[in-house]
Design a protein around this ligand. Structure first.
Ligand code: ACO
Length: 333
């Protein structure tokens, strides 16, 4: 059974409630229909109810009547959610009028449902940009205890099976935090190791990447990665984490052996942690396009509840897969 089938099967055992705030969008509706049909998760769709129903009929979808439908402008918990939002954000200057207006925004409503215990996770982004999906999540759901930064990991499935574990690797941060400090980078490394174990189901061997291997170059950017490596090892001694190292030293056995002899990670890394978002985002896209790797994600990590962001170019199966991953994350919390 391949990884995605396994993730879907695990999800179906937990029957989590996943909210899809872009509930009238065609790919989202088609994905919801499949998810319900296959029993991957319970689905909550946010959108004007008449539109959801007429779209489902137009598309010939048979299962949408089993989803919970929430009209953002008119539902029974609107006032309670507005009060919750006001409480959470009054120190940031939000007014009650603004809080009421924001509960009608499906992206805010979805996170308020999660915060209130009315949903277990969210998948959005087929219509909305990353920042618009993430901002309400940061403001309302916030990070896990002990974590200050959310980041995004990709499970990369390579055609060339010599890399990672039989061609599977995890890359991070490729999606969220532009320029992490050493402390934040250490948190990202530990969160990625946990994602690797929980979602990719591999024992992580984490390489902290730089343009230097074990002191071969001197620069403040290298110092950041050296410090992050030390901190990450202290934070999670149970994981194999090593750095700083260059990408070839991380993934090519002969280069790892010559540049970082004795490293438990060099030459056999299955997790690559990038020093900035620029490097991570560019790298995953190059590997996806040039090497033809399948990129599953981004899986957002570090949030107090699982909220995941789609690419606006996503397919129906991308949405189904990300809902299954989100349900697995919810089950592990
Ligand atoms: N983790 C946790 N909380 C965060 C993070 C983070 N990484 N970043 C911001 N926050 C919090 C802030 O602390 C703040 O909380 P507060 O309002 O309670 O004080 C809140 O979020 C808003 O913070 P801002 O700094 O105002 O955040 P902003 O909205 O400007 O930016 C964002 C956050 C949208 C995530 C920004 O960092 C961003 O645009 N990142 C890049 C996303 C992106 O475009 N990725 C590439 C595309 S994705 C892809 O290709 C797969």
């Amino acid at each position: 059974m391949d990884l995605l089938q396994q993730i879907k099967q695990n999800a179906s055992q937990h029957n989590k409630r996943i909210v899809l705030p872009e509930g009238t969008e065609e790919r989202t509706l088609k994905a919801a229909d499949i998810i319900i049909e296959e029993g991957i998760a319970q689905i909550i769709l946010i959108g004007e109810i008449a539109t959801i129903k007429s779209e489902a009929e137009r598309l010939g979808l048979k299962n949408i009547d089993k989803a919970t439908l929430i009209d953002p402008k008119n539902h029974e918990k609107k006032q309670a959610y507005a009060e919750l939002l006001f409480e959470l954000r009054k120190s940031k200057g939000i007014s009650m009028e603004k809080a009421i207006a924001l509960t009608e925004d499906p992206l805010y409503l979805a996170t308020l449902m999660i915060k209130s215990g009315d949903a277990d996770g969210e998948v959005a982004g087929a219509l909305n940009a990353t920042g618009d999906v993430l901002r309400p999540a940061f403001q309302i759901v916030k990070t896990m205890p002990g974590i200050s930064v959310v980041s995004g990991a990709f499970i990369m499935i390579m055609n060339d099976k010599q890399f990672g574990d039989n061609g599977m690797m995890v890359f991070a941060d490729c999606a969220v935090h532009p320029n992490p400090t050493a402390e934040e980078l250490a948190e990202i490394a530990v969160a990625t190791a946990k994602t690797t174990k929980a979602i990719a189901q591999m024992d992580p061997r984490v390489a902290m990447l730089s343009f230097s291997t074990k002191g071969s170059a001197k620069h403040e950017m290298v110092d950041k990665v050296v410090k992050a490596t030390e901190l990450a090892k202290e934070m999670a001694p149970e994981f194999q984490i090593d750095g700083e190292m260059q990408a070839d030293a991380a993934i090519v056995e002969a280069v790892g052996a010559s540049k970082a002899p004795g490293s438990p990670v060099a030459g056999k890394a299955n997790v690559l942690v990038f020093p900035t978002l620029e490097v991570g985002n560019i790298s995953y896209k190059l590997v996806q396009r040039i090497a033809g790797a399948q990129a599953i994600g981004p899986v957002l990590q570090g949030m107090a509840a699982p909220i995941n962001d789609l690419s606006r170019g996503c397919s129906v199966s991308d949405i189904v897969n990300l809902v299954a991953i989100t349900a697995n994350q919810a089950a592990g919390m």
